[in-house]
Design a protein around this ligand. Structure first.
Ligand code: ATP
Ligand code: MG
Length: 745
């Protein structure tokens, strides 16, 4: 226990042991903000200033809150499970569950994730006979969420034009729909919780009395509503309010596009009468060169609050830069480096592959898979978003709450049970007419509860069979433990046998079994292990936790998802104009500065080694793009960079012709340093025209894996030529000529 405060530097110690007063710790990446926050919680409890019940701590991701609990548990012999540590969404959800009646929600209310929400908006548009082209669902979704994040209900939004009036109409209908089906979207969790505390004095007092210390990590990314929620909970208007301890870094504010409001920092200072802002300037994470590179980059932003980060570690290694010819080449390079690092003893889980957009992960995944390197993708196609899992969850939702139209529509005819579009239409008409859920309409139509049950045993088809199935599941699962409920549902719904028959069903079956495992570990870990609690967990958690987390695996994620984390080695790929900085932001100062902060976040995740790579051509959304290196690379001083060496000799003639043909342009660094230039030359020579002339449409070829076939088409230029081959057995495929190793026949 003596070790609790030891090892902290004087500023950190001051922050951890501050007396009962609100504080803002403003400090750069890797300076120990999260460590200070966690240590302060342990210190407050350990020194008897507050019981674990009196603490509310907000983190940005589920991963971060799990880590925080683990760190506290390592410092103190207490059970952190019941503590109020979580994300804004998670904490609000917890309050709403506890007070669902006061919040005007059904006991079994369900959470809608982004995908569900979009599906519901689409369904609504169909019901209203509105053309999706005139009012794209995404736009409506953005409008609704944005309004909610500003704390506004439809009646509170001012509409000065016909477009906004139309949007408000959608907002209203959407709300009615969600309420009728007992569904709550992410933004609603927060807004409803805020409204609950505003309206209900008893609850407000209860929570204000309870939480005397509110601690917030990544404060720079809070939005207005989250800030108002904190303020309300702390009770700043009272003589003795809770104290707020917020840590943040203005240079890492990367959620402005989702309503994050950096003005919250100034508001906090003012509203909570903060006398002193503590700064931490020593970075404990990264070696000198990495830190210096990140500092130099972020200096290009204006209007910063200003910090000076230093490290007592040595310079370490230079930042490595790789200039690839294609995205495949980039991935191949990354794979080679990973293999080398791994053989030197770096754990795969201590290596991160970061990218700006999710779409970039595909090529990387492909190469990692071929190289048999284990990896986990965070925030990509998340476990609970997979089709088969969504189907399974829909059945579970119906067991818990059959009035959930969304769930019902998903599985009423899946696996197919002969319920056609006509039956469904009649059902929807009926439900509309009587203002009921589809389930009530189905019950009516299939002869009511009694017939459905007394019919048991007889072979049923169509709607009655579905009604019967759901009722049977409800009865059977009423007293089963959660994993058994899932097992029962998987068998009786027909999902297992359906996917068992599918050609590519093996992986889906594996995932369905994984759902049982997920439920088993949920039952062990959660306080409330009911089906309803599990369903909420599935929506909030995203399922990253369920993936096999014991295995040593590379970590793939977007830069946004990497916030707050650290790794021995970071590969940051796709550093190209248009991709990073993203094209939507390039022409606008605020947008560009936010991209630069994102780049700063990415670079500062690395402890020892940082790789930056870009590719001259890249296949994205089915098109080949020719790129120039990101300006961010040129913003890093040359002496901190190491351009990786080419492999062999150079043919400058073919280099120039191919690169001109492809329209390549390079940033200062790639021209300025011969190593980078030679690397490009070497790769391009491999594809010089003399090699290309060996191929023509109609050419018979053979491929090591796909066998023999004939070239039927080609696209791209220079180094990026892809050919389409119709294989005799393996079907038609597009292959990158440089890598396909085709043999002419
Ligand atoms: P970010 O801005 O990226 O969220 P942060 O400011 O929250 O970073 P931490 O993650 O808390 O920084 O700390 C960065 C690393 O430095 C961690 O590995 C942490 O354990 C280590 N660290 C922090 N303070 C000290 C210290 N006083 N002595 C040794 N290591 C420290
Ligand atoms: Mg942190």
């Amino acid at each position: 226990m003596i070790s609790l405060l030891s090892g902290l530097n004087p500023e950190q110690l001051e922050a951890v042991t501050l007396p009962y007063q609100s504080a803002l710790i403003l400090a750069g990446a890797g300076s120990g903000k999260t460590r200070v926050l966690t240590t302060r919680i342990a210190h407050l409890i350990h020194s008897g200033q507050v019981s674990p019940n009196g603490i509310l701590a907000v983190t940005f991701t589920n991963k971060a809150s799990r880590e925080m609990m683990a760190r506290i548990a390592a410092m103190l012999p207490i059970n952190t499970r019941g503590m109020w540590i979580g994300t804004f969404h998670g904490l609000c959800h917890r309050m709403l569950r506890a007070h669902y009646q006061d919040a005007g929600l059904p006991k079994t209310f369900q959470i809608l994730d982004i995908g569900d929400q979009q599906a519901i908006i689409k369904r609504m548009l169909k019901d209203l006979a509105v053309d999706e082209k005139a009012f794209p669902p995404r736009q409506i979704q953005w409008f609704i969420n944005h309004a909610k994040e500003e704390g506004l209900r439809a009646s509170q939004v001012e509409a000065h034009d016909s477009f906004t009036r139309r949007m408000l109409e959608f907002y209203r209908v959407y709300e009615t729909l969600c309420m009728r089906e007992g569904m709550v979207d992410f933004a609603e969790l927060l807004l409803r919780c805020y409204e609950l505390l505003t309206r209900n004095e008893i609850l407000r007092h209860h929570y204000r009395d309870r939480f005397s210390h509110i601690l917030v990590d990544e404060f720079q990314d809070t939005n207005r509503l989250q800030y108002r929620w904190l303020k309300l909970l702390a009770g700043v208007d009272l003589p003795r309010s809770a104290v707020v301890f917020a840590v943040g870094d203005d240079d890492q504010s990367i959620y402005a596009f989702r309503g994050a409001h950096t003005g919250n920092m100034q508001d906090l200072e003012h509203d909570f009468a903060i006398q002193k802002i503590i700064k931490l300037e020593q970075n404990y994470r990264s070696h000198g060169n990495i830190l210096e590179a990140a500092n130099a980059l972020i200096e290009h932003n204006r209007g910063r609050l200003g910090k000076n980060l230093w490290t007592s570690e040595g310079h370490g290694e230079p930042v490595r830069v790789y200039n690839a010819v294609t995205d495949f080449d980039e991935a191949a390079f990354i794979v080679d480096e990973i293999k080398a690092l791994h053989s030197e003893g770096v754990a795969l889980s201590d290596i991160a592959l970061l990218y700006r957009s999710n779409a970039q992960s595909r090529v990387l995944e492909h190469s990692l898979f071929n190289a048999s390197l284990s990896y986990r993708v965070y925030g990509g196609m998340r476990f609970f978003e997979r089709q088969e899992i969504k189907h399974a969850l829909a059945y579970l939702r119906l067991i818990a709450h059959p009035d959930d139209d969304h769930a019902l529509l998903r599985v009423i005819n899946f696996p197919p049970r002969g319920i056609g579009a006509r039956t469904l239409e009649q059902l929807q008409d009926e439900a509309k007419l009587h203002q009921t859920s589809l389930w009530s309409a189905a019950l009516n139509k299939s002869g009511g509860e009694t017939t459905a049950i007394s019919d048991e045993g007889k072979a049923k088809k169509g709607l009655p069979s579905f009604v019967h199935l759901i009722m049977m599941m409800q009865r059977a699962c009423a007293n089963l433990p959660l994993p058994e409920t899932i097992r029962y549902m998987l068998t009786h719904s027909g999902l297992l046998s359906h996917y068992g028959l599918e050609r590519d069903g093996a992986e889906r079956l594996e995932n369905l079994n994984e759902l049982i495992n997920a439920a088993t570990s949920f039952v062990h870990e959660a306080e409330d292990d009911s089906l309803v609690a599990f369903l909420s967990h599935a929506s909030l958690e995203g399922g990253e936790h369920q993936a096999d987390h014991h295995q040593d695996a590379l970590q793939l994620m977007t830069v946004h998802a990497a916030k707050g984390l650290e790794f021995h080695t970071v590969f940051l790929s796709g550093l190209e104009e248009g991709l990073f900085p993203h094209e939507n932001s390039r022409n606008e100062v605020n947008g560009l500065e936010e991209e630069r902060r994102l780049m700063y976040v990415a670079m500062t995740r690395a402890r020892r080694r940082l790789y930056l790579s870009f590719s001259q051509s890249r296949m994205l959304h089915g098109q080949t793009h020719y790129n120039i290196a990101s300006r961010f690379i040129t913003e890093i001083p040359d002496h901190l960079l190491k351009w990786l060496q080419p492999l062999s000799k150079v043919n400058s003639e073919s280099f120039r012709s191919v690169s001109e043909q492809a329209g390549f342009t390079f940033g200062r660094n790639s021209w300025g340093q011969s190593a980078g230039k030679e690397a490009i030359q070497e790769r391009l020579t491999a594809n010089s025209s003399e090699q290309l002339s060996r191929w023509r449409i109609g050419q018979n070829v053979s491929h090591a894996k796909f066998g023999t076939g004939v070239i039927i088409n080609y696209q791209g230029e220079g180094a990026d030529i892809r050919v389409q081959v119709q294989f005799n057995r393996a079907g038609t495929k597009w292959l990158l000529l440089e890598y396909a190793k085709l043999t002419p026949l």
